[in-house]
Design a protein around this ligand. Structure first.
Ligand code: NAI
Ligand code: MG
Length: 353
């Protein structure tokens, strides 16, 4: 099988870590029967300055017509609004209907509080429909935003969470060491206050997970504020967490902090038959150009992309090579307290692969 992969480095350290993603895919053993073709694509702030578009139409068209998946680095966003600029990854998620943002958070072996969870965040609606308005009143300005929750989006995201829980269980059953006993999905919401919007998310997710193929999956609920508390107190209790867009955004960044460095945490933006792997970190202008960015978030994102393209065996090899590097702990980048250069970390992981 040949997979055609779009490479979108973006800005800053995106340009340093995406080549690492390409190299790990190219280094997979030939015995897997997997070949790759890579297509270089542009997006980001630099692209915006050069072409007037942060996400050129050509990039979207090629992803749609010619690619099976993609790796996206990071983009720099100006902190004050720049006319005509908006985030390309947000636009890509919309244009390709990548309705799920999947973020595994896993501690390195031997951690005092072992963590192995996946946060599945709805990616298309909630407050991120960006329908805001501001108006004047005698007491001053008032601003409002629409929080939109649909049955369709809630159902498909909960279904994906269920599928991920089953897949993780399959990997455990195959002998992978695990801190979990069985598949568990935790539905996160605030329906005690927002009974209609979060109420719809909650009941729809419950219904979707009641399907017979999820009969082996335990389902529980957690109000989002108490979810944050438990996430920090008892992170080992969670397997798969499913949440509407805003709560998922916040929970997943918080969970990333539990395992040390942003440089370790991958994500995937997933739709029907398409996945974009994307490290969770940004363009890190403070460390760019020094060959010290941690490439592991990107390597894991490449593996995660492969999982959603049904290449689980290839993904497992990448995860194992990365874990072996971390567990030995000799060639670590500075964000993990080491002295290794990006290039040395990559060489070490490629050798293990
Ligand atoms: P950031 O994630 O770029 O950096 C935060 C801190 O983590 C920095 O100290 C950085 O050096 C460190 N860091 C990040 N990735 C690392 C890696 N792979 N290895 C070692 N250290 C790493 O977030 P920040 O500084 O808030 O934003 C910088 C730019 O990135 C901004 O323009 C922001 O808009 C953009 N950004 C883009 C994202 C994306 O493309 N998805 C996500 C977050 C921020
Ligand atoms: Mg975030």
């Amino acid at each position: 099988r040949t997979l055609r992969i779009g490479l979108i480095p973006g800005d800053g350290i995106g340009k340093e870590v995406i080549p690492a993603g390409r190299r790990i895919l190219e280094a997979l053993p030939a015995s897997l029967g997997l070949k790759f073709e890579f297509i270089n694509l542009r997006a980001g702030f630099e692209t915006f300055e050069q072409t007037g578009a942060a996400l050129p139409d050509e990039t979207v068209a090629i992803l749609k017509s010619d690619c099976d998946g993609a790796l996206f680095g990071a983009v720099s966003s100006p902190s004050t609004a720049v006319k005509g600029y908006s985030s390309p990854i947000v636009a890509l998620r919309k244009k390709l209907d990548l309705y799920a943002n999947v973020r595994p958070v896993k501690s390195v072996g031997g951690a005092a509080n072992p963590i192995d969870m996946v946060i599945v965040r709805e990616n298309t609606e909630d407050l991120y429909v960006k329908e805001e308005r501001t108006y004047d009143t005698p007491e001053g300005k008032v601003a409002e935003a629409i929080k939109r929750i649909s049955q369709r989006a809630s159902s498909r995201i909960a279904t994906m969470a269920g599928e991920i829980a089953l897949r993780r269980q399959k990997i455990r059953a195959a002998g992978a060491p695990s801190i979990h006993k069985g598949p568990l999905v935790t539905i996160t919401h605030k329906s005690n206050v927002l009974s209609q919007t979060d109420g719809l998310f909650r009941s729809t997710a419950r219904d979707a997970l009641a399907a017979s193929r999820f009969s082996s999956v335990a389902v529980e609920e957690q109000i989002v504020d108490s979810m944050v508390y438990k996430l920090f107190r008892q992170p080992e209790a969670y397997d798969v967490i499913v949440a509407p867009n805003l709560y998922g955004d916040i929970l997943s960044d918080g969970a990333a902090a539990l395992v040390g460095s942003l440089g370790l945490v991958p994500s995937a933006n997933v739709g029907e038959g398409f996945a974009i792997g994307e490290p969770c970190h940004g363009s890190a202008p403070d460390i760019m150009g020094q060959d010290i960015a941690n490439p592991i978030a990107t390597l894991r994102s490449a593996a995660l992309m492969l999982e959603f393209l049904n290449e689980e065996e290839a993904a497992a090899l990448i995860y194992a090579a990365v874990d072996a590097n971390l567990e030995e702990g000799k060639l670590l980048s500075p964000d993990l307290g080491g002295k290794a250069k990006t290039s040395e970390v990559i060489e070490d992981i490629l050798r293990r692969l």
